[in-house]
Write a protein that binds this ligand. Structure first.
Ligand SMILES: *Cc1c(COP(=O)(O)O)cnc(C)c1O
Length: 396
């Protein structure tokens, strides 16, 4: 800040005008292109977080800019008293990508709203009990929070909607013990994102399918973070071959344009009836046009294959450093464990070196970069990585 500035520093303006729910932001970002962003001082960063698994096509992708601009200048909003072509086309497209036969889609504006809508649908089974996983994250509104186990998020807002049982993630026996003939649904992330990218053991999702079928409960996969190409597949649960009843989506779906969706497959698609749920903005034609452009671009640019190759390269490179004890994930959803509880220092050191990474827990780093990340971006990060760890942790 120059001395002649009459305007106070942005940190002060932020603190005076924005609610302090996120803690102080690290930077003000001014623009982006591909997987790169620039702050207001003109410093460049490689964005390895992608707005938390959102910016699938990176920043300012011409296909996304064109789709949003075109739709906004044609028809920007109509309410759900009317249909629009982008909304219908996107619903059809999502059912096609899911590839599990007939189903119905409900559009929202965010992940937590998709979870709320799906949670309401589970009540229409006539049952109220839901089983979810410890460490799972499903959003911050009251219903989604009731399904999220983390005490620090829940406690200040209790009582939350009840009848939720949490089981250890990845433990099929614990799941079998928790699900009864009174259970409406079992809710799982195919990979737990906010927990620091935790992958379940092979066979876990299939066991969940078997257990829920046995008790007539719905199986609900929250793919808000893992879906839409992030893991090198359209949906992460495709890796297991398991067919769920409900799938929630958001984050990368429209590449940064706010949107959420939930899909109910087969008979579950008819559980919500007229008047049971609604939204003013959900299914907005601009958001749907954005999502269609993201899907088309992932296909046209062969990004699923690209994500698989780059993800492997990143994981191999990160694990080469002895201060990294484990690297997990699929495609470009990557979590790593450090030998010490210094992930905030590592994230800060990375930022100084020009890389945006995230520290979801004290000893874990998460990467969820744009799917358009380049091999050069990966090379730059991997060559800087040992020095970033030196800066935060001292030499190995
Ligand atoms: C981010 C996330 C949510 C919440 O989405 P918001 O858009 O932040 O409300 C829900 N579930 C999972 C798995 C997520 O990663």
């Amino acid at each position: 800040m120059s001395g002649q500035d009459t305007q106070p520093a942005w940190q002060e303006r932020y603190a005076e005008s924005l609610m302090n729910t996120f803690g102080p932001p690290k930077l003000t970002l001014a623009r982006g292109e591909g997987a790169h962003v620039w702050d207001t001082d003109g410093k460049e960063y490689v964005d390895l977080l992608g707005g938390i698994a959102v910016n699938a096509l990176g920043h300012a992708h011409p296909a996304l800019v064109a789709a949003v601009t075109e739709q906004m200048s044609t028809l920007g909003h109509v309410s759900n008293f009317f249909a629009t072509e982008p909304q219908i086309a996107l619903a059809e497209r999502l059912l096609g990508l899911l590839d599990h036969g007939p189903g119905k889609v409900f559009f929202t504006n965010s992940g937590t709203e998709a979870v709320e809508a799906a949670f309401k649908l589970t009540r229409r089974t006539g049952r109220t009990h839901v089983v979810a996983a410890a460490g799972g994250f499903h959003g911050r509104t009251m219903g989604a929070l009731a399904l999220t186990s983390k005490e620090a998020y829940r406690t200040p807002f209790e009582p939350l909607p009840g009848d939720v049982t949490f089981v250890p993630y990845g433990d099929a026996d614990a799941l079998a013990a928790a699900v009864t003939d009174e259970t409406a649904a079992v809710l799982l992330e195919p990979i737990q994102g906010e927990a620091g990218v935790i992958t379940p053991p092979d066979g876990y999702l299939a066991a969940a399918r078997e257990i829920t079928t046995q008790h007539g409960a719905l199986l609900w996969f929250d793919e808000i973070q893992t879906g839409m190409g992030r893991t090198g597949r359209w949906l992460e649960h495709h890796r297991s071959g398991v067919v769920p009843d409900l799938v929630t989506l958001a984050k990368g779906l429209a590449g940064g344009f706010p949107i959420g969706a939930f899909v109910a497959l087969g008979a579950a698609g008819d559980l919500l009836q007229p008047g049971n749920h609604g939204t003013t903005f959900g299914g907005n034609p601009v958001a749907c046009a954005a999502a269609l452009a993201v899907i088309d671009t992932i296909e046209a640019e062969g990004l699923l294959e690209h994500v698989t190759v780059l993800g492997q390269k990143l994981r191999d490179g990160l694990l080469a450093d002895p201060r990294v004890t484990e690297v997990r994930g699929e495609g470009l959803l990557i979590g790593l464990d450090l030998t010490a509880e210094v992930s905030a220092d590592v994230a800060a050191a990375a930022l100084r070196a020009g890389f945006i990474v995230n520290n979801p827990t004290p000893s874990r780093i998460r990467l969820a970069p744009p799917l358009v990340l380049t091999g050069d971006d990966v090379d730059a990060f991997l060559s800087a990585w040992p020095a970033v760890l030196d800066d935060a942790m001292g030499e190995p």
